[in-house]
Every structure is written in C-alpha cells, then in structure tokens.
Design a protein around this ligand. Structure first.
Ligand code: SAH
Length: 394
C-alpha cells in the first residue's frame, strides 16, 4: 500500500475527518504514486489516519474516503457508498419517479468529487476529481442498477479538467438520450430541464424547499424574481403562492426561453419575463418608480476565490440595497447567496450593514440552506454554500 506521510502537527484536520489533504500537509510519499490510486494517510508518528485516493496533479493531493483501517476502497466500497446515498433520498421522500433529486453530493455524502443528479429517468453525473473520473464505469453502472435510469449524461464543472488533470467531455455517457426536453415535477410543478446543456446539471435542485417556503409568503403580492433562470421561484410564487403578478429577470435569453416554456407548462399567465443584467434592471426599475411587495434575489456565485470574498460582499451589499429601493414597506425579501466562501455570518452582517445604511428595519423570518439532498458534512464546512434568508423589510 502506498503511504502518504504527513508533516509534523498536520494530522489534526484529518483525524477530525476533513477529506482534503493538500500538498502543504504532506512530508513524503512512500511507494508507487499512481494518480487515482489508493493510499494510506499516515501521521508523522507512523499511525494510520485515513485511506484515500491520490492525485499528484491536483491541489487536493489526497481525497479521503474512510477512517477505518479495516475498510478497503474496492468496488464494493463504492457500490455501498452509492447505495447509502440513494437510499437516503428515498427516506427523504425524494423518490417520485417523475421528480428530481441530487442523489450524491460530493463531500456531503462522503464521496468527495462526485455529484449525481436524477431527473426523472435520467442521471447527470459530474466527476470533479480524477479519482472519481477514472472510476466512472463502475460508478455509473452501480447507479443505473440502483435507480433503473434510462440514460446518463456527463457534465463537467468549468476548469475542473485542468485543476484535476482530467480529460472528460460533456455529453451523452450511456443508455438512451431523451427524445426532446426532459420534464420533471417539483413541488407539484412541471419544469422542463436540459441536463446536457442547461446551467449546473440543468436545474437548481438546491432551492427546492426554499421555493416552496418562500411561496408561502407571497400571496397577493407583486413579486420581482431576479436571476430567475428557468423560473423556479416565479412558478412557485404564481401557482403555489398565489402571487398577484411576477416580473422575472435573467441575463440569459436561453434561460428565459426555458422559463417561458415552463410558465406555459403550468398555465401560469401572470409572469412577465425580462432579459437584462440584474443590477442594471434593478437600477432602472427603481428610477422608473416601480415598486414591488416582494423581491427574490438568487444571483450566481460572486466569490470564486478567497481573495474575491470582500468584493463579493460588496456586490451582495449593492444588490440587496437596490432591491430595498424597489421594495414597499412591509415587503418580503428573499435573498440568497451560493458563494461557499461567503459565510452565513458574513451574509447576515451584510444585511445588518444594509439596515443601518438604509435606516429600514429588516426582520429575518427564516434562515435557510440547501435542500436536504445537499447535506452539509460537519467535518467539511466547505460543503455548506447556500444561504437563503427570508426577510420582511419595514
Ligand atoms: N433562481 C433560479 C436560479 C438562479 S441561478 C432558480 O430557482 O432556478 C443564477 C441565474 O443568474 C442564472 O440563470 C444566470 O443566467 C443569471 N445571471 C448571471 N449573471 C447575471 C446578471 N448579471 N444579471 C442577471 N442575471 C444573471
């Protein structure tokens, strides 16, 4: 067995079950260093810490998958882990055959570097680690067996091939390709999804519960849904929430086309779609004297590196401030951040600062995260990324 020996005093996070061993923690490697191969992580004193998979081309040199010296990382291990993850979604009741769910959420499921989403009978698989990439045949065949999927598409995250030394291509992987757009049901609503071409793997599954809960605050309200993508929040607001009317904005014409088709699918006739930049649209709405009884802000990730956090916080601040400018007193603000590097506390203090500067009372009614099919693993705080605060602004 290849052994990765840690530097002195570097073992603590790994005893605490953090799964990422960076180069800076490693003293030396003993034995064959094969990328994607199994290695034991050993403390400076020669004690077994954990077992994982090596990748000399990645910043994350070793990803850890078991802390039990007796457990080997063989085919049956991966099958068992996948089965546990899929089984848990069944327990959650996320198993409507027409529905969608994240079946595997990387570190959140103890499967660092692997994401699997189910859209009805089809799977979208994302290997974000070389170790998962080289195991795709096994992973995919196990998944197909576990959930009887008809077809599988592969998606890759931007930049991941370079970061991990992978050579994966987006597109059809095995089985059938859906003939025409794929349809899923979420919270009783129908959405058309394109797992091969859409953003992320086709749909923002992490907002499932937030869409339903937010809708409950929107009865009879005039709603602005900023960064609407395929209409997730808008449709929930219209059909589940009984909102009066909705203006939905996104900068992607492709997303808006999907959103309009989804509105038609659900016979939601009170949503007006508008293409434009989120910041600029808010500015011109405010300048035109438009007012709303609720604003939903679900922007894309603002911080991609630690250095960008401060700038991201300023962008959140500015965006939320613009939203407040068009929000009637007593209005509802649903404000989200999917930047993992911006902490929940940072986000809260962004709101605190905004209340101070605008001299408006902001009451937080509910603080939420991603749906439970995106579990946050305590030993890997990086697995928490989505913040969704539902507020009332006086
Ligand atoms: N609320 C959506 C998900 C939003 S994802 C849902 O429930 O499904 C973020 C969206 O912001 C994407 O659709 C993307 O096209 C859009 N976007 C990115 N940059 C933007 C910008 N500057 N202005 C407006 N929309 C933008």
């Amino acid at each position: 067995m290849t052994r990765v020996i840690l530097k002195p005093h570097k073992a603590r996070p790994f005893y605490a079950r953090h799964p990422w061993v960076l180069d800076s923690a490693i003293e030396r490697i003993e034995g064959d260093a094969i990328d994607g191969g199994v290695v034991d992580l050993i403390s400076e004193k020669g004690k077994f810490v954990a077992r994982g998979l090596l990748n000399s081309q990645s910043r994350i040199r070793v990803r850890l998958y078991t802390w039990d010296a007796a457990e080997s990382l063989d085919d049956s291990f991966w099958r068992r882990q996948l089965e546990k993850a899929v089984q848990f979604r069944r327990q959650l009741g996320y198993d409507d055959p027409r529905g969608a769910a994240r079946l595997v959420f990387s570190e959140g499921d103890g499967l660092s570097g692997l994401i699997v989403d189910r859209y009805a009978d089809y799977l979208a698989v994302q290997a974000n680690a070389l170790a998962m990439g080289v195991r795709l045949p096994l992973i995919v065949s196990s998944l197909v067996e576990l959930c009887g999927a008809r077809g599988v598409v592969l998606r890759t995250e931007r930049g991941i091939n370079r970061a991990e030394g992978l050579e994966l291509r987006d597109g059809h992987y095995c089985g059938q390709t859906p003939d025409g757009p794929l349809e899923i049901v979420e919270n009783g609503l129908r959405y058309s999804v394109d797992p091969a071409e859409g953003q992320k793997t086709g749909f923002y599954l992490d907002q499932r519960e937030n869409r339903k809960i937010a809708a409950g605050y929107l009865r009879e309200r005039r709603v602005l849904d900023m960064f609407c993508y395929s209409g997730g929040f808008s449709l929930a607001a219209s059909v589940l929430g009984g909102a009066k009317e909705i203006v939905a904005v996104d900068s992607s014409a492709k997303a808006l086309a999907l959103a309009e088709a989804n509105a038609q699918l659900n016979r939601a006739t009170n949503i007006r779609f508008q293409c434009g930049d989120g910041f600029e649209t808010l500015e011109s709405l405010a300048a035109a004297g438009e007012r709303f009884d609720a604003v939903i802000l679900d922007p894309p990730k603002f911080a991609r590196s630690r250095r960008a956090v401060q700038e991201a916080l300023q962008a959140y601040h500015w965006l939320n401030r613009l939203a407040l400018a068009v929000l009637e007193p007593g209005g509802i603000l649903v404000t989200c951040s999917c930047s993992g590097l911006v902490t929940r506390e940072d986000f809260l203090y962004m709101l605190v600062g905004m209340a101070r500067q605008t001299r408006r009372d902001i009451q937080i009614l509910d603080t939420r995260g991603a749906s439970p099919d995106h579990p946050v693993m305590c030993s890997c705080p990086e697995s928490e990324y989505l913040k969704c605060f539902i507020c009332r602004v006086l």
